[in-house]
Design a protein around this ligand. Structure first.
Ligand SMILES: Cc1ncc(C[n+]2csc(CCOP(=O)(O)OP(=O)(O)O)c2C)c(N)n1
Length: 288
């Protein structure tokens, strides 16, 4: 980890988690900065030792949240493949806290198959899906999370597909910790992140996040992150209230909160270690 600067000049309290000389790259108003800060606040609150973590990301704007800026171990891999890379890393270094950043396209489209199987295995990873509802980095094409009817670069007449609910998909596929927030809920993201990295299994946090440039352009909020954040505040309902509401009142709303927590389900790398121990102690031979 980097040494703390001795200069008297004002330093951002989280600057120590960034590599020297690297400029953080986002469009103005992008939600990635809020996601980065929320996660680093969680790391700070848990003792601030970034060497305990390994960060993995794929290709897309969200891939630049940890890489190359965070002053910790980083893997920046091909589009959609962060979960296979993170799985290998976790198996090789089971004590490392492995944190994966994925866009909704990276996770739900090209990486969709990897996602459902990582959930099913219940491998101890923390996955943060920055869901901006579009392909941000490549010019605003429709993603599997793009709302029906939306006119995007690839759906000029309106999107005829229905979107994935990525948190519901995570729950159905077998993830054992699932939370959904928006970038309006920075403190709640931090709290969920702390819980997720301590959770013994596949922990998934969906963060609905503003892309003022691409998504903003197609919904009439071009370059207006403040309006997008205000929309998240007005349209969010906590899960405790949402379960009592009829479906008709939830239409167009974002249900936020901790959606699932099942720490009792066996975790993949621990099960793998158990099977290896049993094999070494001769139990495998006994089964033959
Ligand atoms: C194999 C492969 N297919 C397609 C691409 C082009 N590509 C790069 S990023 C991206 C999608 C980005 O969208 P998302 O994952 O939602 O992330 P965002 O940029 O919105 O954060 C695509 C299609 C690629 N780099 N590699």
């Amino acid at each position: 980890m980097k040494k703390e600067s001795k200069s008297n000049a004002f330093r951002h309290p989280l600057e120590k988690y960034f590599r020297d000389g690297i400029k953080y790259t986002t469009c103005p108003g992008c939600g990635n900065g809020i996601v980065a800060q929320s996660v680093l606040q969680g790391i700070e609150a848990m003792g601030g030792n970034i060497d305990e973590y390994a960060f993995v990301s794929g290709i897309g704007c969200s891939g630049w949240i940890p890489s190359p800026a965070f002053a910790g171990d980083l893997l920046h891999v091909t589009h959609g493949r962060s979960l296979p890379a993170a799985t290998g890393l976790k198996i090789a270094l089971p004590r490392q806290k492995v944190v994966v950043f994925q866009g909704d396209g990276d996770l739900g489209a090209i990486g969709g198959n990897h996602f459902i199987h990582a959930c099913r295995r219940n491998i101890d990873l923390t996955v943060i899906c920055v869901n901006n509802g579009i392909y941000g980095m490549t010019g605003g094409q429709a993603a599997p999370t793009t709302p029906g009817g939306l006119k995007t670069a690839t759906t000029p007449l309106g999107n005829v597909e229905r979107p994935f609910d990525v948190s519901a998909l995570a729950i159905t596929a077998g993830a054992t910790f699932v939370a959904r927030w928006t970038t309006w809920h920075a403190a709640q993201i931090t709290a969920s992140f702390r819980k997720a990295v301590s959770h013994p299994g596949f922990a998934f946090i969906e963060v609905i996040s503003q892309c003022p440039v691409q998504y903003g352009k197609v919904v009439g909020m071009r370059n207006d992150p403040v309006a997008m954040l205000a929309g998240y505040r007005e349209n969010s309902i906590p899960i405790a209230a949402a379960v009592k509401l009829p479906e008709s009142e939830k239409a167009g709303k974002i249900v936020v909160g901790e959606l699932l927590c099942r720490p009792e389900v066996p975790e993949f790398t621990r099960e793998l270690a158990r099977v290896k121990r049993e094999a070494r102690s001769g139990k495998e031979g006994a089964r033959k």
